[in-house]
Design a protein around this ligand. Structure first.
Ligand code: PMP
Length: 451
């Protein structure tokens, strides 16, 4: 692990003009691909997937908690009753029955759209892509939390959008920081195309906006004429069973709400949705048709059959328990093992804890040493567009068994102790065996299992 991993392609550099032996098409790529680079940590994660490594990096839902016999019976029933529809092209906007069911689900969060306002997508990731595609030209600016969801940053990068990060505290996005960001952009003569926010059980920060804060943020955005993109894949996964009211419940015209079945049913089914004001819905549908013709009918009808034949809310409750147990194991072992000066968020739902390391530490440079110590995490830099986040770490507790989580946190604490000793002795841990050094490239796309 001591050899630095080389940064991938350099389309803007000298090779771009001529191609390279590895990729003779290098000179042909569109400018929008310049930000599309595989992350340096991607290669490390191929090592992290070895069984001896406890991976607290992956954001994969805990599918083991889903009864496969029930899924198999649902698919069989779906095929026998609606097979001819499931295996055919469908509507670009999505199956009408599923859109009605989605309206019932979002009703739990105070959102009461007409099924016409719903666009079904290939996971909410595609909804993020479509929203950015219809609103943003290259060079446009959007606002997003600091830190923000790595998959959304990948989309923004792909559309050459500038991201202005807005600070968070333990209650999520800070209204004051939002006001400041808006004032700063106004001074530059720039208007953000939208605010992208994850108000409930944030990825990666593990925090949630209380109701009053949601209202204040909405008010600020309404006053400034800023559209809000509310990304909410974890809203039903609160550990106390309370379901937060969506921002969209307060403002049907100014908020586009994104949801997903990835965390409440199965990520592999790849079904998500957007609830959008009428005109936006039309543009989203046209953009979706251009991208995929229609979302997969097979997946949509499977989830639709599951929702109408199974006690799906009981399964959501089972998922909540699975994740609550793992959150508890994470927080208990952090409390037990972490060196002084380390702090972390206390999530009430979702998959993630955000760690802030003691001063002088560098989570990106430390990752190879952590993997050598058989524990993996995602360094904070992956969640910023501007290179910040070096002193931060995202830990995902969604996938490993609680005992593995405890062991992983114990190993991580050992790595931190060693780093602190290096810092105490040499003034810095950079330059110690196995580091990338201070000039390590920024992380970009770490791969789907990690997001
Ligand atoms: N938004 C957030 C905040 C996420 O964490 C994820 C998945 N990790 C997604 C969107 C995308 O989810 P999917 O495409 O599976 O619905």
């Amino acid at each position: 692990m001591s050899t630095p991993i080389p940064a991938s392609g350099d389309p803007s550099g000298s090779m771009a003009a001529h191609g390279s032996r590895l990729d003779p098409h290098l000179a042909r790529y569109a400018a929008r691909t310049h930000g599309m680079t595989a992350s340096e940590i991607r290669a490390l994660f191929s090592v992290a997937s070895r069984p001896e490594v406890v991976s607290l990096a992956g954001g994969m839902p805990n599918i083991a908690a889903l009864p496969m016999d029930v899924v198999a019976a649902t698919v069989a029933e779906m095929l026998s009753k609606r097979g001819h529809v499931a295996l055919q092209y469908g509507s670009g906007q999505g199956d009408p029955i599923l859109r009605e069911q989605i309206c019932e689900i979002v009703g739990l969060q105070g959102v009461h759209p007409h099924p016409d306002d719903v666009v079904v997508t290939v996971g909410s990731q595609m909804a993020l892509d479509l929203v950015t595609r219809i609103f943003c030209d290259p060079g446009d600016v959007i606002l997003a939390e600091a830190p923000s969801y790595v998959g959304a940053l990948g989309v923004f990068r792909a559309y050459q959008v500038d991201v202005e990060h807005v600070a968070m505290d333990e209650h999520g996005l800070m209204p004051e920081a939002l006001r400041e960001a808006l004032a700063m952009l106004a001074k530059q003569g720039r208007a953000p195309k939208f605010l992208y926010t994850i108000p409930s059980f944030h990825n990666p920060a593990g925090v949630s906006q209380p109701a009053e804060r949601r209202a204040e943020i909405l008010q600020i955005c309404q006053n400034a004429g800023v559209l809000v993109i509310e990304d909410d894949p974890y809203g039903l996964l609160g550990f106390d069973g309370q379901i937060p009211q969506a921002m969209r419940a307060q403002d049907a015209d100014g908020v586009i709400y994104l949801g997903s079945f990835s965390k409440t049913f199965a990520a592999g089914i790849r079904v998500g949705w957007a609830v959008a004001p009428h005109g936006v819905r039309e543009k989203l549908t046209l953009a979706a048709e251009a991208a995929v013709l229609c979302p997969p009918a097979y997946s949509q009808l499977t989830i639709s059959t599951y929702l109408s034949t199974q006690p799906w809310m009981d399964q959501v409750k089972a998922f909540r328990e699975v994740y609550r147990e793992r959150r508890d194991a994470t927080l208990e072992s952090l409390e037990q093992h972490m060196p002084e000066g380390t702090s972390w968020t206390k999530p009430d739902g979702g998959f993630y804890v955000w760690l802030t390391l003691p001063p002088g530490m560098d989570a990106t440079a430390m990752l190879p040493r952590a993997i050598t110590a058989r524990v993996a995490y995602v360094p904070g830099t992956a969640f910023y567009m501007n290179g910040e986040g070096r002193r931060s770490i995202r830990l995902s507790y969604c996938f490993p068994e609680p005992d593995r989580i405890r062991e992983g946190v114990r190993r991580l604490a050992g790595v931190l102790e060693e780093e602190l000793e290096l810092i105490a002795t040499f003034g810095t841990a950079i330059g110690a065996p196995g580091t990338h050094g201070a000039g390590a490239p920024e992380t970009t796309a770490p791969g789907p299992e990690v997001m």
